[in-house]
Design a protein around this ligand. Structure first.
Ligand code: ADP
Length: 693
C-alpha cells in the first residue's frame, strides 16, 4: 500500500470556532486571509444568547468607521448586538428567529441600522447563512453592506465568494488536494494540498502561476502513460474546450510510488456564474479502493464466465459422448432384434442375435451404472465404510472373477499376495475390490490374446495401527501413449474409441477408480509405454486389526434369515422393479406384501394388526401419494406399533438433498437404486435388530 496521505484540512467554520495554529490549518488561514481582503463586509458570530463575534473582515471594520480590530471590538463589545442600532434590535432578532425556523438554509436579507464609531447611523443590508458545526454549535455567516448604488454588485461578489466556499467545503470530504484557479489571471490558489503536491506551493500555500504548476508533480509521480493527459489539464484552452458544454469533467490517472500504483481522479469544476469560463476548482482524489473493487469484481466475473464456459463445454462433451455411447449399443439391440425376427426359423442365427442383444444390453447397463456411480461420487453421497474384513478374502474373490476373463483371451495371470503379513484389516471391501477389478479388467481388455498380466500385492511398512499396501496391476498389452496419459482420468476419455479398438468401454472406469482410491485416502500412479504394456500402482494405507475379528455376517445372505420369517411391506409403483425386488427378498427368506403407491401403503399399515409389518421399503416417486407423504402419515399414527415401523427409502434419487428429504419425512434410512442386495439385507437386519431393542 502507498503510505497514508497527510491531509491538510480546510474548514473555516471549525477554524473560527476553535482557532488553531499548527501548519495543518494553513489552508483555513489562507481562506481567512482571502476574506480579510474581500470588498464587502463579512462577519461571523455565534447564534446563542451572547451573539459573540468570532470574526469580522476589514471591510466590516470600515463599515463601522473603525480602523483596527481593537476599535471594532471596543465599539461592538465583540457582539452582534453591539453592531445593531438599539431601536432596531427587537425587530432584527425576531426576523432572524423567524427566518431561521422556517428557511434555515435560505435566509432573506435583513435591513437594519448600525451605529458607527463617532455616532453616525447608517442603514445596511445583511445577507446571511446559518451554519451548524461538527459539534452542533450554531453560527451565522453574515455578508453586510451599506445601501449604496454598488450594493447589488457587491452582493453578487460576496455570493460568488460564498459559492466557492461552499464548493470547497463540499469537496473537502473526499479530495486530498483542492485548488481554486483563475484562468484569466493564470493563478492557482491552494485550499488543501496532498503531501505529493505540497512541494510546489511551499509552507505558506502561496498563489502560483497556474499554467504548468504541476510539472514537477507529473514528472515525479505520474505513471508514464498518463503524463500527457494530466499535463493537458493545466492548459486553459483545453479546460475551456472541455467545460464549454459541461459544468465539470474528470481525468483519471495513476501515480507510482516504488512498486505500487495508485489510481486518482482529477475533477475540474467551473464555478463561475457567467458564460466566460475562468473560475475553476480542481479537486484530486484517490479512487484506489473503487478501482480495486471494480477490478476484483471484473476478475470474479471473468472467473465465473470461464467456469460457466467450461461447465458448458464439459456438459456438451458429456452429452455428445453419452449420445454416441448409448446410441451404439441401442442401435445394436434394435438392429439385432429386427434380425432375430427375420431369423426366427434359423436357430443358430437367432442365438447369435440374442447373444449380441445380451452383450449390448449388458454394456448399456454398465454404462448407466458407471454414470450413476460418478454422479453419486460427485454429489458426495458415497461414503467409505470402515469395517473389519479379511484382505485375503477380498483378493481371492477378485482373483476368482479375473481368471475367467483372462482365460477367454488365453492371457496368463500371476496373482501374488503372499507378502501380506496382516490379513485382518478395517476397510471398505466393496470399494477395494471394485478398484482392483476395474484395473484388472482393463489389463485384460487392453492386452492381446496370449499376453501376460500380473497382480501383485505387497505390504510395505506396517506400524502399530496401520500398514501401507501396494497393489500393482501390470500387463504387457497395447500400452498408453504419453499424450493420452495426461487425460486418462478424465470422464469419457479413451485412447481409441470402440469402433477403432474393437474393445468395448465407456472411458469412465479410471475416473471412478481414481475417485475411489482418493476417497480411501490412497494414490494411483501409471507408467506405460506404447506397444509394451502398462503398470498401475495403487498405494493404500489400511488400518490393521489387532486380534482377528470374527467374519462379518454380511459375506453370506443366509446370515440374515429369521425364524419365524419377518414381513416386509414393499411400496413400489414400477411393476418390473416390484417383481425383481419381491423375488430377491423372498429368496432371502422374507414374507412380502406389496403396495403400488403411498396411499395403499398407508391403508395397509392402518388395517394390519400392530406388529404385522417388521420393515417398510418405500419408493419415493409414486402416483397418488409419494413416499415422503406416506411416511409422514404413518409416523403420525397414534398406535406406536404402527407409527414406529422402520421405513427404508429405496430411491433412484441419490443426491444429498433427496437423502435429507427422506430423513426429514421420518424415514430411518435412504438407500440408492439399483438395489445392492447385500447392502439392503444388512440395512433390514440393522432395522430389525434396533427395533427389537
Ligand atoms: P474404458 O476402458 O471403459 O474405455 P477406462 O476409464 O477404464 O475406460 O480407461 C480409459 C482409457 O484408458 C481406455 O479407453 C484405454 O484407452 C486406456 N487404458 C486403461 N487401462 C489400460 C491398460 N491397462 N492398457 C492400455 N490402455 C489402457
Amino acid at each position: 500500500m502507498l503510505k497514508e496521505e497527510k491531509r491538510i484540512d480546510y474548514n473555516l467554520t471549525e477554524y473560527l470556532l476553535h482557532p488553531f495554529s499548527d501548519d495543518q490549518n494553513l489552508a483555513a488561514i489562507q481562506i481567512k486571509q482571502m476574506i480579510d481582503e474581500m470588498p464587502g463586509g463579512f462577519f461571523v458570530y455565534r447564534a446563542d444568547q451572547d451573539k459573540k463575534i468570532l470574526y469580522a473582515n476589514k471591510a466590516m471594520y470600515q463599515l463601522l468607521n473603525c480602523s483596527t480590530k481593537e476599535e471594532f471590538q471596543e465599539l461592538t463589545h465583540n457582539s452582534f448586538r453591539g453592531i445593531v442600532y438599539s431601536g432596531d434590535w427587537e425587530d432584527v432578532e425576531k426576523t432572524i428567529a423567524e427566518q431561521t425556523d422556517n428557511h434555515p438554509n435560505n435566509l432573506n436579507d435583513i435591513k437594519y441600522r448600525i451605529v458607527q464609531k463617532g455616532g453616525n447611523i447608517r442603514w445596511i443590508d445583511d445577507y446571511r447563512y446559518f451554519v451548524r458545526s461538527k459539534n452542533k454549535e450554531d453560527i451565522f455567516y453574515v455578508f453586510a453592506g451599506e445601501k449604496t448604488q454598488y450594493r447589488e454588485e457587491m452582493e453578487k461578489m460576496n455570493q460568488k465568494q460564498l459559492r466557492h466556499l461552499e464548493i470547497i467545503e463540499g469537496l473537502s470530504i473526499d479530495y486530498e488536494s483542492i485548488f481554486y484557479v483563475d484562468l484569466d489571471k493564470n493563478t492557482i490558489q491552494p485550499y488543501r494540498v496532498s503531501s505529493r503536491l505540497k512541494k510546489q506551493f511551499g509552507e505558506k500555500y502561496s498563489f502560483k502561476e497556474f499554467n504548468g504548476f504541476d510539472k514537477e508533480y507529473i514528472s515525479t509521480w505520474v505513471y508514464e502513460e498518463d503524463k500527457e493527459i494530466l499535463s493537458k489539464v493545466t492548459n486553459p484552452e483545453y479546460i475551456r474546450e472541455k467545460l464549454a458544454d459541461e459544468k465539470s469533467f474528470y481525468v483519471y490517472y495513476r501515480v507510482i510510488d516504488g512498486e505500487n500504483i495508485e489510481h486518482l481522479q482529477l475533477r475540474v469544476v467551473d464555478v463561475g456564474k457567467d458564460d466566460h469560463i475562468s473560475q475553476i476548482i480542481l479537486g484530486y482524489r484517490s479512487i484506489d479502493k473503487e478501482v480495486r473493487h471494480e477490478m476484483e469484481q471484473k476478475e470474479l466475473l471473468k472467473i465465473a464466465l470461464e467456469q460457466a464456459k467450461s461447465a458448458i463445454a464439459v456438459k456438451n462433451t458429456f452429452l455428445s459422448n453419452m449420445s454416441h455411447d448409448i446410441r451404439t449399443p441401442m442401435n445394436a439391440i434394435i438392429g439385432f432384434a429386427a434380425l432375430a425376427k427375420h431369423s426366427i426359423d434359423d436357430q443358430e442365427k437367432l442365438m447369435q442375435c440374442l447373444d449380441q442383444i445380451e452383450s449390448s444390453g449388458t454394456h448399456l447397463m454398465n454404462l448407466l451404472h458407471d454414470i450413476l456411480e460418478i454422479s453419486r461420487i460427485e454429489s458426495g453421497t458415497v461414503s467409505v465404510e470402515h469395517e473389519a474384513c479379511s484382505l485375503r478374502d477380498i483378493l481371492e474373490s477378485v482373483e476368482r472373477k479375473v481368471l475367467p476373463w483372462a482365460k477367454e483371451k488365453e492371457i496368463s495371470v500371476t496373482f501374488d499376495y503372499s507378502d501380506i503379513r496382516h490379513d485382518g484389516i478395517y476397510s471398505d471391501p466393496q470399494k477395494l475390490s471394485q478398484i482392483l477389478l476395474r484395473l484388472a479388467s482393463n489389463a485384460v481388455k487392453y492386452t492381446e490374446n496370449h499376453g501376460n498380466i500380473s497382480i501383485i500385492i505387497t505390504e510395505q511398512t506396517s506400524l502399530e495401527d496401520y500398514a501401507i499396501f501396494q497393489f500393482v496391476v501390470e500387463d504387457n498389452g497395447i500400452g498408453i501413449d504419453e499424450h493420452f496419459l495426461s487425460h486418462i482420468y478424465e470422464p469419457f476419455e479413451r485412447q481409441k474409441n470402440t469402433t477403432l479398438s474393437k474393445v468395448q468401454g465407456t472411458g469412465l472406469g479410471l475416473t471412478i477408480t481414481k475417485n475411489l482410491v482418493e476417497m480411501m485416502g490412497g494414490t494411483i500412479q501409471i507408467s506405460s509405454s506404447l506397444g509394451k504394456g502398462s503398470r498401475f500402482l495403487v498405494t493404500l494405507s489400511l488400518s490393521i486389526q489387532h486380534k482377528q475379528e470374527p467374519p462379518q455376517p454380511d459375506s453370506d445372505y443366509s446370515s440374515f434369515t429369521y425364524s419365524p420369517p419377518k414381513r416386509i411391506l414393499l411400496v413400489e409403483d414400477n411393476q418390473l422393479n416390484l417383481e425383481i425386488e419381491v423375488e430377491l427378498l423372498q429368496d432371502a427368506g422374507f414374507l412380502l406384501d406389496t403396495a403400488e403407491d403411498g396411499s395403499i401403503a398407508v391403508d395397509k399399515v392402518k388395517q394390519a394388526v400392530p406388529g404385522y409389518y417388521d420393515v417398510i421399503l418405500m419408493d419415493i416417486q409414486m402416483p397418488v401419494m409419494d413416499g415422503y407423504q406416506a411416511t409422514r402419515i404413518i409416523r403420525s399414527l397414534s398406535n406406536p406399533a404402527q407409527s414406529k415401523i422402520p421405513i427404508i427409502a429405496l430411491s433412484a434419487n441419490v443426491f444429498d438433498e433427496d437423502r435429507k428429504k427422506s430423513m426429514e419425512s421420518g424415514m430411518n434410512l435412504h438407500l440408492a437404486k439399483p438395489i445392492d442386495l447385500l447392502k439392503l439385507l444388512k440395512a433390514i437386519h440393522q432395522m430389525i435388530q434396533s427395533s427389537a431393542c
